[in-house]
Design a protein. Structure first.
Length: 365
């Protein structure tokens, strides 16, 4: 199966040109992209996540995209700005990569994400080739979303909203967590999602204190806090959304947690804008939570969203990132009290020229 999700030719050409500029500045002869998402970003061809793709981008000349025979037809019809090649019968990918590198006279090569086995094999088989970690070359480009990417994330966010509405409608006493997750995923698929951006999380009762509480067979009970975290994909791009609700009357403590986390979430929206230190936004969130709850906020405030559900920039206490227009990030404060339950409120947010825009819009109650 190959996902037919293309970017425009102009976008691919612009991105390849930017990679070549980085190669010249770094003194590299070529770039080897093996990450399926990076190949899509540069060519418009999106294969399955486990596909073996190897794109060689020389500082000058036509890039080559090496694919397995199973991917040849789809890559040939969809990939832009490169020559698509496949392996001969019995040929190994590592051998073919080295052959392409040697025939082009390439010596110093940056790469994005090589498996250790591949790295060791390549360095052993070709002593005259120097491999240099260049993972930031494409990752830095991907931080800023262009207009096309923004439109894809907007659509993914609309689909994600539909999934959340279905999930909230399915939450009731006696329902199992996986039933709620199933309703959400079905709703997203029916509205065009290319697949879940990550495992759909439905965690109820004491399990809602698990930040990554995978959906189980647990039956939801009256008074439970229930956290739903989900995301759809559209043309390869992700969205991320979390809501926490109380089933029935619930304890006042649960409602206090919900109110405070929502207050933090809303305050963060007023802080997100270009030029702001990401660590500063995280600090504001913890300050608003206050000493009684901040100790239960056990993760960073947010992360970048794009082709991957977690990418740059990161909003956390240790982040060195500065927010820029075109970043897409999450705003997701959370409080997790062991043995009682947890609350998280999350939206996908676009950093605009003057502030930010919330892309997800599912109800909070």
């Amino acid at each position: 199966m190959h996902l037919r999700a293309k970017t425009t030719s102009d976008g691919c050409c612009r991105r390849l040109k930017a990679v070549r500029n980085e190669l010249m500045e770094a003194g590299l002869d070529a770039y080897l992209a093996t990450d399926v998402k990076n190949v899509y970003y540069l060519t418009g061809f999106l294969d399955i996540s486990t596909a073996s793709l190897n794109m060689i981008i020389p500082s000058e000349g036509m890039p080559s995209l090496l694919v397995m025979p199973l991917s040849l037809e789809a890559a040939s019809s969809q990939a832009r700005g490169c020559q698509v090649k496949t392996l001969a019968s019995g040929e190994l990918m590592i051998g073919r990569i080295l052959e392409e590198i040697r025939s082009a006279g390439l010596r110093r090569i940056g790469f994005d994400n090589l498996q250790l086995q591949t790295y060791l094999a390549m360095t052993k088989e070709s002593e005259d080739v120097e491999l240099v970690n260049g993972s930031g070359i494409v990752a830095e480009q991907r931080r800023i979303k262009d207009s096309e990417e923004r439109s894809f994330i907007r659509r993914a966010s609309e689909i994600t909203d539909a999934g959340m509405e279905a999930a909230l409608g399915a939450i009731r006493s006696g329902a199992k967590e996986y039933e709620v997750a199933g309703e959400a995923e079905y709703a997203m698929r029916m509205r065009g999602s290319m697949g879940a951006a990550f495992d759909t999380l439905v965690a109820s009762g004491p399990r809602s204190a698990y930040p990554h509480g995978l959906s189980t067979e647990r039956e939801i009970c009256d008074g439970d806090l229930v956290t739903v975290d989900l995301g759809a994909t559209w043309k390869g791009y992700c969205s991320d959304l979390t809501r926490t609700v109380v089933v029935g009357k619930g304890q006042e403590k649960a409602f206090r947690m919900l109110r405070r986390v929502k207050e933090v979430h809303d305050r963060v929206l007023s802080e997100i804008r270009p030029g702001v230190e990401a660590a500063r936004v995280d600090e504001v969130a913890r300050t608003v939570l206050g000493p009684g709850l901040a100790e239960y906020f056990v993760h960073g405030l947010g992360h970048g969203v794009g082709l991957d559900i977690h990418e740059a920039p990161t909003m956390s206490r240790t982040s060195k990132d500065i927010l820029e227009a075109g970043n897409v990030v999450t705003d997701e404060p959370g409080v997790y009290v062991s043995g009682f339950g947890g609350v998280r409120t999350e939206d996908t947010v676009l950093v605009t020229e003057n502030g930010c825009e919330k892309l997800t819009a599912a109800p909070y109650e």
